[in-house]
Design a protein around this ligand. Structure first.
Ligand code: FAD
Length: 497
């Protein structure tokens, strides 16, 4: 009966970084939010290497930066790569230049069980109701609109709960993403498989890079080597999908022989032992993880994070895309609930910006693979291979990591204005240099208009800061689109702000 109908403003399916971030940002605006999570946290998840925009941007907005700083996660200044034409490892740093290194030019390597629990506990503190061991099976539809979800609760009872908006943040294994419409399109380019496990007492890179992710290419693919604690290391091989049968047949043997193929990883693990107990004790395999849904929303329903799309493990963009899309969707929901923007323009803005960010990373990561020259290898020759130098790419890594889609709100509040002023001259020069040389550039990245546009927008925003204009004076990212409120929590219609 109507009297028993349980209702919230927003029901969020999944309590990973996407779900916890969105629910927190919506609850902070005073709305009633319910998160339904299948597991009991802490629970295992892959995706341990983070980017600065997550740690110092979105996590600052949800009010969890201090807790993250105190959690003892490995501090990550950047990445070290054995990749491309250079036979020696090279290192990129998240700061625009070493002289500009600041407290926000860092990220963490995290045990996701701990990281995700910190974010979900914070959601509860900010007023979100979280129910765990609850599996969502379907959406409820009324008159063409999604108005709730059907779920199985911890006691096995079948129930329904209703909401003005349902958010699918249930990741790669979502049961309800199809209900948004469209199709999940798998990437032709990123068709890899990942095999991963955990080791104790692996070697560390020398200071000051000991906290970096090490990514090492070898004939069959590439390895990630992520220092999660002084002794614990996450080690994963990304190889072509056709190796699935061999890997699934005997994962232990497969990992051993892949490690043997990659001298630097073999050396780093020479005194290490594989963890064989607990959450880290099993070898895991993931494939078919590179896709995007052709539509991200319909009335009453929106997909964020991996439920909507994921590119590839290289360069650690997954949690960034999950938390950034959560921020974009939270703005949409907050503005609709506040009566500031209609549903369609609000969610169209979310979708356009999320696709843009996904597109930038897609092309960027493609260029990452593109720069590796090994024509004798099946894995690498299956990728488009071009000859190039790594220096331009290095510069781009530095830039993109610090300037996520020209988002002022993702910068450190305390000194944002000052830092942008200091940095922008240097930044604008760097962009000019990179973009001006487009014709000669050997890096396909800079021939890509979407990446170029993103970089130029970043430069523009920083240019405004240089000229001393108000940080809050936003301009739409797309023609006829919306702008962001000063606090970053809402979309506004330009002119009505
Ligand atoms: P998830 O983290 O998947 O969270 C979804 C939540 O929903 C889970 O807690 C799940 O239990 C819950 N759930 C699922 N189904 C239901 C249901 N029916 N009902 C209720 N709850 C449900 N990203 C990085 O940033 N850095 C990396 O180094 C990195 N490495 C990666 C390596 C590999 C091999 C892969 C495949 C991915 C990697 N990623 C990495 C990506 C990262 O794992 C994801 O992008 C990220 O976890 C997405 O967050 P999310 O919140 O969207 O979903």
């Amino acid at each position: 009966s109507a009297g028993n109908r349980e209702e919230f403003d927003v029901v969020v399916v999944g309590g990973g970084p996407g779900g916890s971030t969105l629910s927190t940002l919506v609850a902070m605006q005073g709305h009633r939010v319910l998160v339904l999570e299948k597991e009991t946290f802490p629970r295992y998840q892959i995706g341990e290497s983070l980017l600065p925009s997550t740690v110092h941007g979105v996590c600052r907005m949800t009010g969890v930066t201090d807790e993250l700083a105190e959690a003892g996660f490995t501090l990550k200044h950047g990445g070290t790569l054995l990749w491309g034409a250079n036979p020696e490892p090279w290192t990129f740093s998240f700061s625009v230049s070493p002289t500009m290194a600041s407290a926000t030019s860092t990220a963490f390597q995290v045990e996701r069980s701990k990281f995700d629990k910190i974010l979900l506990d914070n959601a509860v503190r900010k007023g979100v109701e979280v129910r765990q061991q609850v599996t969502v099976n379907d959406v409820v539809e009324e008159g063409g609109r999604v108005t709730g979800v059907a779920y199985t609760d911890a006691d096995g009872a079948q129930k329904e709960v209703y909401a003005k908006f349902v958010v699918d943040a249930s990741g790669n294994g979502s049961r309800i993403y199809k209900k948004v419409g469209g199709t999940r399109e798998y990437s032709d380019f990123f068709r890899s498989l990942a095999l991963f496990g955990y080791f104790e007492n692996g070697k560390r890179l020398p200071e000051p890079t000991s906290g970096n992710i090490l990514s090492a290419a070898f004939p069959s693919g590439w390895f990630w080597y992520i220092p999660l604690s002084p002794t614990l290391t996450s080690v994963g091989a990304v190889v072509r999908k056709e190796m699935a049968a061999r890997i699934q047949g005997d994962p232990e043997e497969a990992l051993r022989s892949l490690i043997d193929e990659c001298p630097i990883i073999k050396d780093f693990l020479s005194d290490a032992t594989r963890v064989t107990e607990g959450d880290y004790g099993q070898l895991r395999v993931r494939k078919d993880y590179s896709y995007h849904q052709t539509t991200f929303w319909r009335p009453g329903f929106v997909l964020i994070g991996d439920a909507a799309c994921f590119v590839d493990p290289v360069f650690s963009s997954g949690v960034h895309l999950a938390t950034y899309s959560a921020l974009l969707a939270a703005r949409s929901i907050n503005s609709i609930l506040a009566g500031l923007v209609e549903e369609a323009p609000a969610f169209n803005e979310f979708e356009a910006r999320y696709r843009r960010e996904y597109g930038v990373f897609y092309e960027f990561l493609m260029s990452f693979y593109d720069m590796h020259v090994d024509e004798n290898s099946y894995f690498w020759s299956a990728k488009k291979v071009t000859q190039n130098q790594h220096s331009e790419l290095e510069s781009f890594v530095e830039l993109v990591a610090g300037v996520s889609s020209a988002e002022f709100q993702l910068a450190d509040a305390e000194s944002a204005a000052l830092r942008f002023k200091k940095r922008s001259a240097e930044f604008a020069d760097a962009i000019d240099e990179l973009v001006a040389d487009e014709e000669q550039s050997m890096v396909p990245l800079f021939r890509s208009s979407v990446v170029k546009q993103a970089m130029q927008e970043g430069a523009q925003v920083q240019g405004r800061a240089l000229l001393g204009e108000d940080l809050g004076e936003d301009v739409p990212m797309f023609e006829g689109g919306l702008i962001t409120s000063d606090d970053g929590m809402l979309w506004l219609v330009p002119g009505q702000a």
